[in-house]
Design a binder for this molecule. Structure first.
Ligand SMILES: Cc1cc2nc3c(=O)[nH]c(=O)nc-3n(C[C@H](O)[C@H](O)[C@H](O)COP(=O)(O)O)c2cc1C
Length: 308
């Protein structure tokens, strides 16, 4: 159990700003890394593989010498026609952290290890965690109940403990982690990193529309609907954005609604996790990271003071 040595440089807090479709881009990544947490984005947020390479060049050019590492998310599935081309760019550009979703594949892991990179794979249940561990990934991202995007349904305590029973790599906990106190709690549970999505949507540098950022500020856990109707796989969405698109949250089908393509669906119906209730403002990512650091140290101090 540890943070890989190659990801420790410049890291001021064990936090990864999670990759988010249509939301994370170079501005958010650069701000996060320069402030001391790992910034990431999905390669598919750029329309082409060449555009993806340009973003990598831009990010590398804007990072301070003491910045934390950055990462890229690849969807490892036959429905992603860009996988091979994007992976080749990641290998050529030596992306420090590769985050794989859906498929955990030994060839991808070997290619990344070949240039000294690290692979984390996201899972929402123990069966998938076992498969990914067998593929040789360095870390498992445990996507627990209530997370933004394609969330799991397992309680985070249950997931961390069960996975730790057979996996001794890096554990990254995902789902409703929004404050520095949450980061400290995740560490106490046995996670090495906190993976934070929803909290970073409401930052100045995120690519989300201003109305989306504000909807999260106003939302609580009871404003989140878990449904497969938008993307075919169950995911969490802001109920007011379903309503704004003429979708009645009380009569959602168990299958995907006809909403044109996936990108259009996510552009109009906005995803967030139950941790939205802990998001009260829109602020620059650097200021958010400094606040997380303060909250984290206060939580640790309080714990040490109160322990028996
Ligand atoms: C709008 C949105 C888009 C997302 N897109 C992706 C994605 O493209 N790839 C991915 O691996 N995870 C994606 N996720 C999941 C996040 O990476 C992360 O697991 C999740 O947001 C963490 O939970 P939290 O939102 O409660 O912090 C997305 C989440 C949100 C909210």
């Amino acid at each position: 159990m540890a943070i890989p040595a190659s990801l420790q440089n410049g890291l001021k807090l064990p936090v990864i700003a999670a990759p988010m479709f249509l939301v994370s881009g170079p501005d958010l990544v650069v701000e996060c890394c320069n402030a001391g947490v790992i910034g990431t984005f999905p390669s598919l947020n750029q329309r082409t593989t060449e555009g993806y390479r340009e973003w990598l060049h831009e990010i590398k050019g804007r990072l301070n010498p003491d910045a934390a590492a950055f990462g890229v998310n690849h969807i490892v599935h036959p429905t992603n026609p860009r996988l091979m081309a994007d992976m080749m760019v990641s290998v050529e550009e030596k992306v420090p952290l590769i985050i794989t979703s859906l498929g955990a594949v030994r060839d991808v892991v070997d290619a990344v290890h070949g240039y000294g990179g690290v692979v984390f794979h996201d899972i929402a249940n123990v069966r998938h965690a076992r498969k990914a561990a067998q593929a040789g990934v360095d870390g498992l991202i445990l996507v627990a109940n209530g997370a933004g995007g394609h969330a799991g349904v397992v309680n985070p305590f249950a997931l961390v403990e069960e996975v730790r029973g057979f996996f001794d790599g890096t554990i990254i906990l995902s789902g409703c982690l929004s404050t520095g106190r949450d980061v400290a709690a995740g560490t106490m549970m046995g996670a090495d990193f906190a993976y934070m999505g929803t909290r970073f949507i409401s930052t100045t540098e995120s690519q989300a529309q201003p109305e989306y950022k504000q909807m999260i500020v106003e939302a609580g856990a009871s404003d989140i609907t878990y449904t497969p109707a938008v993307s075919g796989i169950p995911a969490n969405f802001l109920t007011p954005s379903l309503v704004a698109n003429g979708i009645d949250p009380k009569t959602l089908p168990e299958h995907k609604l006809d909403m044109a393509d996936e990108a259009k669906a996510w552009k109009t119906v906005w995803s967030a996790g139950q941790g939205a209730g802990a998001v009260h403002d829109v602020l620059p990512a650097g200021a958010l990271v400094r606040r997380l650091q303060d909250e984290y140290s206060q939580a640790c101090d309080k714990f040490y003071k109160n322990r028996h």
